[in-house]
Design a binder for this molecule. Structure first.
Ligand SMILES: C[S@@+](CC[C@H](N)C(=O)[O-])C[C@H]1O[C@@H](n2cnc3c(N)ncnc32)[C@H](O)[C@@H]1O
Length: 212
């Protein structure tokens, strides 16, 4: 299993009952079963092909697979939900579609492929707090957010929440964000330069402030 999914698996508590939304190949669930972390799980898939693959790969495990969008129409009791490997706007749509159900789930793990900034804003404005924010490099940088229903203090949507795991992976993520903006600022029209320069300064300050 790749480092990204392994990092997500590390966030799942032993004995959890989990729904993996957009499970696709079900590698995450298989790993959780094979390592004795879960004994019962659910998976949902919006697309027929991945749904069939998911069902096939979970044969012999105590797992139910549903062909549906997000958890609309899903009424099983779970304490953990995972939405991983999708764009932030797809994740937001899934959360919005079943917002009250998500409020009752103890732990929600989100791993957006891009637009992390927009996801952080949406979570803040809709009263989902980030209780843990982790980074991992696996050919590219990934952010893994552990969230639950509840208000939080306003935080920096560019640099991350107040619950970041401060490690080399986070620093390396920031350096990459900085590099992207340093390249971008040369190409954008002058009215956008100020905003990007401001982000470059904030990213640089945060990197310098990390004493490791
Ligand atoms: C790139 S795969 C990620 C698979 C796995 N979660 C991972 O992180 O490796 C994204 C999967 O999400 C599914 N998907 C996209 N939107 C969905 C939705 N609204 N509800 C359920 N599944 C969805 C897609 O069909 C696809 O199989």
């Amino acid at each position: 299993m790749n480092k990204r999914l392994k990092k997500i698996a590390d966030s799942i508590s032993k004995g959890s009952v989990i729904v993996d939304i957009g499970s696709d190949h079900a590698y995450l669930l298989k790993y959780l079963f094979d390592n004795g972390i879960v004994e019962k799980s659910y998976a949902t898939e919006i697309a027929k092909g991945p749904y069939e693959v998911c069902k096939k790969n979970l044969q012999g495990y105590d797992s139910e697979v549903f062909l549906m969008s997000g958890i609309k129409g899903f009424n099983e009791g779970v304490d953990t939900a995972v939405i991983a490997g999708m764009g932030a706007f797809t994740i937001i749509d899934i959360l919005k579609d079943s917002i009250e159900k998500f409020r009752s789930i103890e732990k929600i793990i989100l791993q957006p492929m891009q637009n992390i900034y927009d996801l952080r804003i949406w979570l803040f404005q809709n009263d989902f707090r980030i209780v843990k924010e982790n980074y991992i490099f696996d050919n590219k940088h990934y952010c893994i957010l552990e969230v639950q229903s509840g208000k939080s203090q306003e935080y920096d949507f560019l640099l991350g929440s107040e619950n970041i795991v401060y490690d080399e992976e986070y620093k390396s993520y920031l350096k990459n964000e900085l590099r992207l903006r340093e390249n971008l600022v040369k190409k954008v029209p002058s009215e956008r330069k100020k905003h990007i320069m401001d982000e470059i300064n904030r990213l640089s300050e945060r990197i310098i402030s990390l004493k490791y």
